[in-house]
Design a protein around this ligand. Structure first.
Ligand code: HEM
Length: 144
């Protein structure tokens, strides 16, 4: 499975805009996430790295390299391992999706067109599926 060229092109076009506003988007995202989905809060209780503060950046960087999945495997492995350590589960992914896409709309306003929004939802879903698959394997290894 792969993302369509249209999606990759649209997400790539937003990278400068998202990059410039990454901190605002992330701050807004956590505001939404923790108020709307308070059950996600404990997962971040022992947050060690500030990498996750760059979630939008991480997804944009991923999208920029989407045509070269091999280059991303180390990053995916690191994210999946951190997620398993912090007990991220599949049911959390739609919550982060909602918070992230809503935050992007709040911060970017009219610049976040329907076309860009759709492309981001697709790119997020694609990456989420890769992460959930790897996390499922890691969880089952823990239990064996
Ligand atoms: C496609 C979606 C996601 C991406 C791209 C992503 C990306 C990342 C990255 C890059 C890190 C830092 C990894 C490291 O350096 O070790 C991280 C950590 C983390 N992520 Fe995610 N993540 C996603 C979804 C989620 C979801 C759904 C949750 C659950 C609410 C979540 C919770 C966390 C937590 C708790 C950490 C550790 C935070 C810390 O220690 O500072 N992530 N994620």
């Amino acid at each position: 499975m792969s993302l369509s060229q249209e999606t990759v092109t649209a997400v790539k076009k937003t990278i400068p805009l998202v990059g410039k506003n990454a901190e605002k988007i992330t701050t807004r995202m956590y505001e939404i996430l923790f108020s709307k989905y308070p059950e996600t809060k404990p997962l971040f209780a022992n947050a060690q790295s500030d990498q996750h503060k760059k979630l939008a950046g991480a997804i944009a960087a991923f999208a920029a390299n989407i045509d070269n999945l091999d280059a991303l495997s180390a990053a995916v492995e690191k994210m999946a391992n951190t997620h398993v350590q912090t007990k991220v589960k599949p049911e959390h992914y739609p919550m982060v999706a909602d918070a992230l896409i809503t935050a992007m709309g709040d911060v970017l306003g009219d610049d976040f067109t329907d076309e860009y929004k759709q492309a981001w939802v697709e790119a997020y879903t694609f990456l989420a599926n890769i992460l959930m698959q790897r996390e499922k394997e890691l969880y089952s290894q823990q239990n064996s």
